[in-house]
Design a protein around this ligand. Sequence first.
Ligand SMILES: [Zn+2]
Length: 266
Amino acid sequence: MEILVIFTVVMAIIILHEPVAQWIGKFNERRLHKQFLAQETFYHAVVSRYFKYYNRLSLQEQRRFLFRVFLFRRIKRFHYIEVAETPEMPILVSAVSVQLTLGLEKFQMNYFRDIYLLQDDYHYGFYSRPFQGHVDHSGIYLSWDNFLKGLKGITPNCNVGLHEMGHALAYVNFITQTEEDKHFKKEFKNFSKVARPIFNAIQEGTKTILGDYAGVNYHEFWAVSVEVFFENPIRLKHELPELYHAMARLLKQDPLEVFLHAKMAA
Ligand SMILES: [Zn+2]
C-alpha cells in the first residue's frame, strides 16, 4: 500500500512538474508585467530622451524594449561611488544592455548582480592609464561622465556603455558560461571568420574606422566593433561591409534597418 502511495506521488510529480513550472512562470511574468505597467510612462520618458535607437523602434518593439529594461534592472544591484544617484541612472544603464541584446533570447546577464557607477575616469589594478569602465568577475564598472557623453553622441564612435556591455555579453557566454545564448554562441564562430582577419590587419598597422584601440587584443576588437556598429553604422557598412553583416547576423538586428523602417513610417 505504502509503495503504491509513494509510486503515485512520484508519478504525479513527474507528470505535473512541467505544467506546474510553466504555470508558475506565466504567473510570475504576469505579476512582473503588472509592476512594469505602473512604471512604463517614466521608463519611456527616460529612455526616449537619450536613445535615438529606441525612438526609431515600432511601438510594439518599444514596449518589448522597456519591459526588458525593467527586468534587467530588477535583478541588478547598483552601487554609486562618489556620484550623486538619480532615478534615471539604473534605467539608462539597463537600456544600453537591452539595446545590445534586443535581437537575442537571453538578455539578463544573470551572472552580473552588481553594477558600479563612478563619477569619472578611475584607476584600476596595476594599469597606469585611467579607465572609463571595465568588467570583471565582481561586476560591471562604468564612469558616469563618460557614459553620458557616449549616450549624447558627444564622442564619435565611442560609447562606453555599449563597449562594457559588449565585454559583459562575451563574459557570460564564453568565460563564465552562465548565460549562454545558443544563437550567439554558434554564430560567434562565423563572426570570427570575418572578424579575425580584420583584427590581424589592424595589429599589423592597417587603419580602419575601428581605430587603433581595436588592435590591443581580440576582446577589445569585439567591444569596439559593438560601439561602432551602433554609433556609426553607415560608415561601418561602407568601409567594412562584411564585418557589418557579420555583426547584424550575430546580434540578430540591423541598426540601419531600424532606421529605414522609422523613415518609411514617418
Ligand atoms: Zn574594453
